[in-house]
Design a protein around this ligand. Sequence first.
Ligand SMILES: [Zn+2]
Length: 312
Amino acid sequence: MIAYYTDRYVLPLPPGHRFPMEKYARLRRRVERELPLVRLAVPQPASDAELARAHDAQYVRRAAGGGLSAEETRAIGFPWSPQMVERSRRSAGATLGACRAALQELVAVNLAGGTHHAHRDRGAGFCVFNDAAVAARGMQAEGLARRVAVIDCDVHQGDGTAAILEGDDRVFTLSLHGAKNFPFRKVRGDLDVELADGTGDAEYLAALDRALAALFRRFAPQLAIYLAGADPYSGDRLGRLALSKAGLARRDRMVLETCAERGVPVALAMAGGYAEDIDDTVDIHFNTVAAACRTWARLAAGRPAIARGPRP
Ligand SMILES: [Zn+2]
């Protein structure tokens, strides 16, 4: 299974910044050590034209060239730097690459991504460019998938994704998130499931089961982009929910299996994770990648060889 990594593109953060940038390198190293079936790859950066399929071209130019206002930069939460732009381009490129690979091999991963608070003309909440929206629009533009579902299980609502893709009946946006959590002004997607503070495994998984059933009743995707946020975890500093690691692993299996049963390829992005102990976040992301790899291996074994291999 292919997994795109971007941890060599690190953006400089002031000491004490609460974004756990280190989780990406730790995750990649664990994948390297423990999942021999994973092929690690460096993604191409998303081009201005690819980004402009989901973003305002002016915004792309200003974000890329250092032309954001102090207020816009504050909303993103990272100081502007050329490295920030490069990292954001690579992360969007990684979800684009994972989508293309998933359409060939049914499952593929971006070891970062899930920057779902980025809107058409502004960034927010550690998100500069919206990788899922860029990738959904990219697959449509490249003629690889017409109908795309975004399954967003990060604990925060995918407001940017919903806003960018609003009114596009070829993309279905599902978000399961904490009702009382950031963003405090939610943007309505195709299906939003709001969860109370302290929601645990059983209640969460029942809600996800119902939401996936509703998604597939209403929509027939040719590709799913799954944001497997680690932040619904009980030990997350920003999560407010109470899922266990085992519950999160069951969540991943539920999404992967539901898509596999219907023959829908899945591209995964890691999205948020802010546990007290960074290794808990890495553990949860690692479990997601391991589950994806098991699904990939099972499906690859049942597919004719001709369907595999890179696209020409
Ligand atoms: Zn989040």
